[in-house]
Each structure stands twice: as C-alpha cells, then as structure tokens.
Design a protein around this ligand. Structure first.
Ligand SMILES: NC(=O)c1ccc[n+]([C@@H]2O[C@H](COP(=O)([O-])OP(=O)(O)OC[C@H]3O[C@@H](n4cnc5c(N)ncnc54)[C@H](O)[C@@H]3O)[C@@H](O)[C@H]2O)c1
Length: 325
C-alpha cells in the first residue's frame, strides 16, 4: 500500500480521511500527539504518537515509511480560544507546521494537502464565496491558517513543494457506517451540541438573533465529513498525477441557519432541543456559504450529502451509540 503521512489523523476529519485513504489503497500513517484526538479513532493504519515539534521523531517516520505525500490536519481549531490565547495558535498551527515542512524538505517529500478554512476569508463581501474572494481573517485562528497558506506558496516557489489547500466550511456528520464520529472536548460545534441538548445535555446556546438573515440567526454551509474525506483522496490523486499547487473551497453550496439546524435535529431525533438565547459573538459573519465549483471542475469532486437531515442522521446515530457506550 502507498504510504501517506496524516498529521492529526486521530482527530475528527483526519480519522475519516484515513478510512477513505485505506479504502482507496493507501496506507495512512497517523502522526498525532492526542492533544485533541483519540487513539480509538486510528483504525486504518499505523499510529505514531508525536508532536509536530519533535523533529527527530518526524524524521524517523519519513525515513521508515517514505510517504508519497502528507495530509496535514493537525492544528488547534477553536476560534474563541484563539482570540484569548493567540500565541498558542501561532505556535501550534504556524511554527509547528514550519517544522513539519522542514522535515518534509529534508526527507524529500514534496507534496502536501493542507486543512485550511473558510475562516481565512473573514467577513464575506458576497453571499457565496469562491476562491478568489479577498482573504482577510478576523481572528487569530483564521490568520494562522492564512499564514500557512502563504508559507506553502513560498515553499512552492523556492523548493518545489506542491500543495493543495482545502478550505473547508463547517464539517458535520459522522462516518456513514458508524465507525467513527465527532468527539471534541470541549465541543463547540453546533450539531453535536444540539444533539446533546436533545438528549438531556446542556441547553443549546444560540449566539445572536440579530444577524442579517431571514430568521436572524447565522447561516453556515454544513459539509459532511465523508464528503470531505473524498475530497482529500481526489486532491491526493490530483497531486500524485502531477497536478500543480492550488486551493479549493469545500462546501455544499447552500447554507442553513442555526434555527434551521435545530429544527432538523428535532425532526431527525424526534426530540426537542432545549435552547437559550445569548449575545452574538465577535467575529461571527452573518453568512458563510461556499462555491465549490472549482473542486467540482478540477478535482472531479461532488457532494454526496446535500440534505441537512441526511447529514444529521449520521451524527444522530453516532451520538446515540456514544451515549450508550
Ligand atoms: N471541523 C471543522 O469544521 C473545520 C473547518 C475548517 C477547517 N478545519 C481544520 O481541519 C483540521 C481538522 O479539524 P478537526 O475538526 O478534525 O480537528 P480535531 O481537533 O478533531 O483534529 C486535530 C488533530 O490534530 C492533533 N494535533 C493538534 N496539534 C498537534 C500537534 N502539534 N502535533 C500532533 N498532533 C496535533 C489533535 O490531537 C487532533 O487529533 C484542523 O486543521 C482544522 O483547523 C476544521
């Protein structure tokens, strides 16, 4: 099997991508320090418990497996925390990525797929965002992702590193076969919080009802984690076939408001989502919806999970399974 180093492969999106890589004939070698990941989620290839700052360990992984490419998920991803403690984000997401890239250079591995984010766009100037939209992030998390995008561009120019930058919108759902799913601690994502509120957990906090949207709550583009995993495999094939570095949005192309998500969770679970209303958070735009046309055209990617209820169905099954473990 063809080895691929997957940093953050014990996390939510990384572990789903390892499953898909394995299905496509690759050997996903997870490198993760488990700061936010779970060893139980590493099921489809070897696991190396390492921090991205551990140069010697990384070098030995590259020497042992001779990966064809790296898929780089490992990062901190809490927007609110990044505002309170930006140093933590720049160190982990930027400085440690630089270390990874140096190890790749030293080891002769010259292809990388990077997990970027719609947070790099900042406040949208139009309702549907394509890749040419101005990138002006409004929080340190988004800035850390944009910095890495720039670094990858410079490494491409100077050292011939080919990178595909994937800007995800809001990842959601769980493995359709129920093998893995979302477990973040603390959980900040809307759908798992709504599912938890529906099953006796804390009431769901709705941040802001005065957005410039039809129902006053913020609109986001929820993309199924399995669709994301497919996009990574297609991006990998694109790079391995000689494709040149590029960036792609990944989203469904349509948005749902917070209240629509709550209604969908109630429909799917058959239970009420207890909720409380709170002030809107700084730096939360009204609406973030992707145009993923470029990924459709250039990578041949298309979204399988287009309906919010179908996405929530998978998350609900995972939530029930975990509740009763
Ligand atoms: N979840 C989303 O909606 C979303 C949206 C846009 C972008 N992203 C990006 O996608 C990536 C994956 O997100 P996720 O939701 O799966 O997050 P996650 O926290 O579940 O996974 C990240 C993994 O990286 C590991 N990690 C972090 N720092 C590390 C380090 N220094 N060394 C080794 N391992 C380290 C963690 O232990 C964890 O397993 C992140 O880069 C995130 O910024 C996520």
């Amino acid at each position: 099997m063809k080895p691929i180093v997957v940093t953050g492969g014990a996390g939510y999106i990384g572990s789903q991508t390892c499953k898909e890589l394995n299905r496509c004939g690759y050997l996903p070698v997870t490198v993760d320090n488990l700061v936010n990941g779970h060893q139980w989620a590493v099921k489809w290839g070897p696991f190396v418990n390492a921090d991205l700052s551990d140069t010697d360990k990384l070098l030995s992984v590259f020497k042992q497996y001779k990966p064809l490419a790296v898929i780089h998920f490992a990062a901190f991803a809490y927007v609110g925390e990044s505002i309170i403690d930006p140093g933590k984000y720049y160190l982990n997401n930027v400085a440690k990525t630089l270390n990874l890239l140096s190890v790749m250079k030293e080891s002769g591995c010259d292809r990388v797929i990077f997990s970027s984010s719609c947070a790099t766009y900042g406040n949208p100037e139009k309702s549907i965002i394509d890749e040419s939209h101005r990138q002006d992030p409004v929080n340190p998390y988004g800035r850390s992702k944009l910095m890495v995008e720039k670094i990858l561009g410079d490494f491409g120019q100077a050292y011939g590193l080919e990178s595909v930058i994937l800007r995800y919108f809001n990842a959601a759902g769980a493995d359709p076969e129920g093998d893995i799913g979302e477990v973040h601690d603390p959980e900040t994502h809307l759908i798992p919080l709504a599912l938890s509120a529906a099953t006796g957990g804390e009431p769901l906090k709705i941040f802001g009802t005065d957005y410039n949207t039809p129902d006053g709550t913020a609109i986001r583009d929820f993309i199924h984690v399995w669709d994301l995993s497919r996009a990574h495999c297609l991006a990998l094939e694109f790079l391995l076939d000689g494709g040149k570095g590029d960036s792609f949005n990944l989203g469904t192309g349509s948005g749902n408001s917070v209240l629509e998500v709550i209604r969908a969770v109630e429909r799917v679970s058959g239970r009420e989502v207890k909720k409380i209303f709170a002030e809107r958070r700084p730096g939360d735009p009204d609406m973030l919806v992707a145009s993923a046309e470029k990924a459709h055209k250039k990578l041949g990617w298309k979204c399988n999970f287009l309906h919010l209820d179908a996405i929530i169905e998978t998350a609900w099954k995972w939530h029930l399974k975990n509740l009763h473990q």
